[in-house]
Write a protein that binds this ligand. Sequence first.
Ligand code: HPA
Length: 270
Amino acid sequence: MNKNFEELKKAYEYIRSITAFEPYAAIVLGSGLGELADEIKAEKTINYSDIEGFPVSTVQGHKGRFVFGYIGEVPVAAMQGRVHIYEGYTPQQAVMPIRLMSMLGARILLLTNAAGGTSADLAPGDLMVIRDHISCFVPSPLTGENIDELGTRFPDMSSVYDRELSERLLSMDGCLKQGVYCQLAGPQYETPAEVRLVRMLGADAVGMSTAVEAAAAVHCGMRVCGVSCITNFAAGVSDKPLSHNEVQETADRVSLRFKSLIKDFAAKLG
Ligand code: HPA
């Protein structure tokens, strides 16, 4: 059997030895959204570090655990903390939690992240519904032997972000922006020339996550949607140097609005 799938099955069996909980939706909580997990009527939490072979997030402020429970009546699995390629993990490891939530039953994936806006049209504090992504600057999580149990060798990516779910998000808050998210490797922020490059290619926002997760989710048949919290102007869009502090401060400032959007959206799923 495929080595990645063997690891997934081991992790799946470990979780099933603890809980029979079946999430309908999976939510990845990005910067500033971790506290949304407090709004979930939790049935069970499981630390990534307790799951053998599971990648553990090393970023400050990322808790690194699954929260299984209910938002309204909807059974959800929330990831409090994600795993990034820049932490030294392979793309396959970075998407292991997504595949696992799919195996546990999740049909829908809601991705959130912090991102830099590549033009003055997206200001710090804006929330952007992700309509499409550019992932070709980072390695695909689908390379290597295909996991046939999850999906096909050559999955279609012409509609990664589910139109109906995205429209539903947009209808919930008239101030939401929409655009294309570009995943870059990180952990260094981009140079102004790199930001101009991806802007020319059609990217409205840049970040270090999300696209590989979305691709893996489509591969295993999930419906995907996503929201970026624009925490800063990307490098060169303004004169200000970038810092993780600014990213966190903006994410914290917007977190109430972000949280209520995601919570209301999730409660209406199902
Ligand atoms: N670039 C990359 N990742 C980010 C940024 C950025 O400007 N802001 C938040 N995450």
